[in-house]
Design a binder for this molecule. Structure first.
Ligand SMILES: [Zn+2]
Length: 368
C-alpha cells in the first residue's frame, strides 16, 4: 500500500511539473507572439474526425491559440437554407470543433468571404447565385471566364456594397455563424477585391473605391460590435501596391488603399505576404490597427516573418507593441489534402510545402 501511495505521489508530481512547464512555455510564447494562428478551410463532414484529431493532437500541444476556419457555404444555415452547399456541416458537427478548441484554449474565427471572392473561375458562389441582384458586375458572366488575365478583368465577383437589401442577408449569416461557433471573432476575407465602384453599377459608379471599401468594412464591424464581436480581414486592399511595389494582388492598385485611414481601429488585420518578409505589419500597427503577419508555403520565410514580428515587438513602444499581435499561418487548399500531406510527411508538392511550414513554425514555437 505504501509503495502504491509513493508511486501515485510520483505520478502526481510528474503531472504537476509537466503542467507547470506547459504553463511557463505558454506564458513565454504569449509574450513573444500573443497570436499563434492557423487559417484553413473548414473540414467537410467526412474530414471532421481527422480534423478534430489534428486540433487535439497537433495544434493544441504546439500552442496554437487561434483557428480561422473558412466556412463560407459549408454550414446548414437556418437563416438562409438556400445558401447551403450540398451536405454541409451541421450544428452538431460545428459543436465538435467548438468543444475541441475550447478544451485547449484555441479561439475560433469562422470566415465567410464577403464583398469579394463571390465566384471562382466559371463558378458563381451561393450568395450571387441566389441573389443575382447583389452582383456588382451583372454584365460579366462567369460562364465566359477564361484564365487570368481576361478582357472582363474577372478574377472573382464582388457583391455591391451599396445594395439596400444585401445587409439583411449578410448580417443574418454573420450572426448565425458566430453564434454556432460560440465566438466573438468573425473573419470576412475581403481580399483581392478587384470589382469595386464599377462604372456600370447604378449605385457605385463614380464613387471613391476607398470610401466604398471602408464603408463595407465599417458596416460589418459595426454590426458585429452590437453583440461585442470583432471583425478580421485580410490586409491587401489597405496597402498601396504602386508605392510599395507590392502590386495588384498582395496590395491594391485599384484605389482602395486610403481606406486604411477610414476603417474602425477595432478591425484586426491579417497581413499576408508569401514571397518576401515585407514590413507592412509595422505600417498597420503604426496606424493603430492590430495585425498578425501571415506566411504560407515557405518554411524559411515563415521563420523570418516570425522573427521580424518578435523583434519589432521588442524594439518598439508599449503602444505599438500592443498592435503587433503575432503570426497566422495560411493554408489555401481544402483541409483534407493538407492533412493528408501533414500526416504522410511527403515532399515535393505545394501541400507538402505548406505542411512543412506549419511543422517548422511548431518547432520554432518550442524554442521560444
Ligand atoms: Zn455597386
Amino acid at each position: 500500500m505504501k509503495r502504491l501511495l509513493t508511486l501515485l505521489a510520483c505520478v502526481c508530481a510528474t503531472l504537476m511539473a509537466t503542467a507547470a512547464e506547459n504553463e511557463t512555455q505558454t506564458t513565454k510564447l504569449d509574450e513573444a507572439l500573443p497570436v499563434r494562428g492557423l487559417a484553413i478551410q473548414a473540414p467537410t463532414k467526412e474530414g471532421l474526425d481527422l480534423f478534430v484529431k489534428f486540433i487535439e493532437e497537433e495544434l493544441a500541444p504546439a500552442h496554437f491559440n487561434l483557428l480561422i476556419l473558412r466556412v463560407d457555404w459549408n454550414y446548414e444555415y437556418k437563416s438562409h437554407p438556400e445558401l447551403r452547399d450540398p451536405d454541409p456541416l451541421t450544428e452538431k458537427d460545428v459543436k465538435r470543433l467548438v468543444a475541441a478548441c475550447k478544451k485547449h484554449g484555441i479561439r475560433l474565427a469562422p470566415q465567410i468571404n464577403l464583398l469579394g471572392h463571390q465566384s471562382w473561375a466559371e463558378t458563381t458562389y451561393a450568395l450571387l447565385r441566389e441573389y443575382p441582384q447583389f452582383d456588382e458586375t451583372p454584365h460579366v458572366d462567369t460562364k465566359n471566364y477564361t484564365s487570368w488575365p481576361n478582357p472582363d478583368g474577372l478574377y472573382c465577383k464582388s457583391y455591391c456594397p451599396l445594395h439596400p437589401d444585401m445587409p439583411r442577408v449578410v448580417n443574418a449569416l454573420i450572426d448565425e455563424i458566430t453564434e454556432v461557433f460560440e465566438t466573438d471573432l468573425f473573419h470576412a476575407g475581403m481580399d483581392e477585391v478587384f470589382y469595386i465602384a464599377d462604372d456600370h453599377c447604378p449605385r457605385c459608379a463614380g464613387k471613391d473605391p476607398a470610401e466604398l471599401f471602408a464603408g463595407e468594412v465599417n458596416r460589418i464591424q459595426n454590426h458585429l460590435a452590437l453583440t461585442g464581436k470583432r471583425l478580421m480581414i485580410w490586409g491587401d486592399r489597405l496597402i498601396d501596391g504602386k508605392t510599395t511595389g507590392l502590386g495588384a494582388w498582395e496590395a491594391s492598385m485599384n484605389n482602395t488603399a486610403r481606406a486604411i485611414d477610414m476603417i474602425s481601429k477595432d478591425v484586426f488585420i491579417c497581413d499576408w505576404h508569401y514571397e518576401r518578409a515585407d514590413l507592412t505589419a509595422v505600417y498597420f500597427a503604426m496606424k493603430g490597427l492590430d495585425v498578425a503577419t501571415c506566411p504560407w508555403r515557405r518554411p524559411e520565410l515563415a521563420v523570418e516573418q516570425m522573427n521580424d514580428m518578435i523583434s519589432w515587438r521588442n524594439q518598439t513602444t508599449a503602444a505599438t507593441k500592443s498592435h503587433l499581435q503575432g503570426i497566422i499561418e495560411t493554408v489555401w487548399s481544402p483541409a483534407e489534402p493538407f492533412l493528408k500531406s501533414y500526416y504522410s510527411s511527403e515532399t515535393g508538392d505545394r501541400n507538402a510545402d505548406v505542411a512543412n511550414t506549419v511543422k517548422r513554425l511548431m518547432e520554432e514555437y518550442k524554442k521560444l
